[in-house]
Design a binder for this molecule. Structure first.
Ligand code: PEP
Length: 300
């Protein structure tokens, strides 16, 4: 990274050049402030679920490309009043995004530690630290993390504990579930989703669930260009909501948002979002482009 790029990030996160150059102790300059967003359309009515569109930037981006994406999002026009938007960005870019992204897009992390407090947990970021820096959302249980990256993946018990510690720390959670291709082909989609939700249903109180959105993401549709048809997605979303009604409570089932994730983009968002039980999306590839706003506007 060039000195100029380092200095630009420093300004964005409110640090002085001297601190970055290592000649000063940590010192804060005036915060730059986030640009204001703007709204269009009609707000969700009392008792209606507001759409939630999440972006998952995954492990993508350099300082340069993250800044360019922020400019694209900042200039993308108003957000419909019936939509809440949050982007889950690489941990290393959180300060930049928090300092420079329009203020009507919330900032999320893509993971957090299961440790409730800071301490000897090398490499982890605990929920309190995310809250401290200004993060309000975290994505937990993404299928890529469940699978692992040449490491043990996260099982549903660990995912549930993470959801609980994140909620207890004050974070909102996108809690990901979803079946693999062979599981859909065997006709066990709902059994798989139920197994993934069971430990969370045991740990979370009804109040806790108000901070959680379930992201139903069929694994075979993530990053593959294959999308569940709106009918297929709606069927599983309705099953997930019924399961929540029977295993948590009818009130939680009615209120909870269920996002669809899996190759969702501007071209298919409107049809998916029109389904009764699809309350938003979790968007990977398309969240790295201007097309993210076509997804957002699909809710209009
Ligand atoms: C995701 O990362 O959660 C996802 C749904 O990715 P994509 O939109 O690229 O399929």
């Amino acid at each position: 990274m060039t000195d100029k790029a380092i200095a630009a990030t420093a300004v964005a996160v409110g640090l002085t050049a001297g601190y970055v150059a290592g000649t000063q102790k940590r010192e804060k300059s005036e915060p730059v402030g986030r640009p204001s967003g703007s709204t269009t359309g009609t707000a969700a009515k009392e008792g209606e679920r507001k759409y939630l569109i999440g972006g998952n930037w995954k492990c993508n981006g350099t300082l340069e490309s993250a800044k360019a994406l922020i400019v694209t999002l900042n200039e993308a026009g108003p957000i419909p009043a019936n939509v809440e938007v949050a982007v889950c960005v690489p941990a290393i870019h959180i300060p930049l995004v928090l300092a420079t992204l329009r203020d009507d897009i919330a900032v999320g992390a893509q993971n957090c530690g299961v440790n409730t407090k800071q301490g000897a947990f090398t490499g982890e970021i605990c929920p309190d630290q995310l809250v401290d820096i200004g993060v309000t959302w975290v994505c937990i249980g993404h299928s890529e993390r469940r699978e692992g990256f040449e490491m043990a993946g996260e099982d549903s018990a660990l995912v549930a504990k993470k959801v609980k510690v994140a909620v207890d720390a004050g974070l909102n959670v996108m809690f990901c579930i979803g079946e693999k291709k062979e599981e859909r082909e065997k006709g066990v989609t709902m059994e798989v989703c139920a197994k993934q939700m069971e430990p969370a249903a045991k740990l979370l109180t009804e109040d806790d669930w108000s901070k959680v959105s379930i992201a139903y993401e069929p694994v075979w549709a993530i990053g593959t260009g294959l999308t569940a048809t709106p009918q297929m997605a709606q069927e599983t979303h309705a099953d997930v909501r019924n399961w929540m009604s029977e295993n948590v409570s009818p009130a939680v089932a009615k209120a909870i948002r269920i996002q669809y994730g899996g190759s969702m983009k501007g071209a298919n968002a409107k049809d998916l979002l029109a389904q009764a039980d699809i309350d938003g999306g979790l968007i990977g590839g398309a969240s790295l482009k201007a097309d993210f706003f076509n997804v957002i506007n699909g809710a209009l």
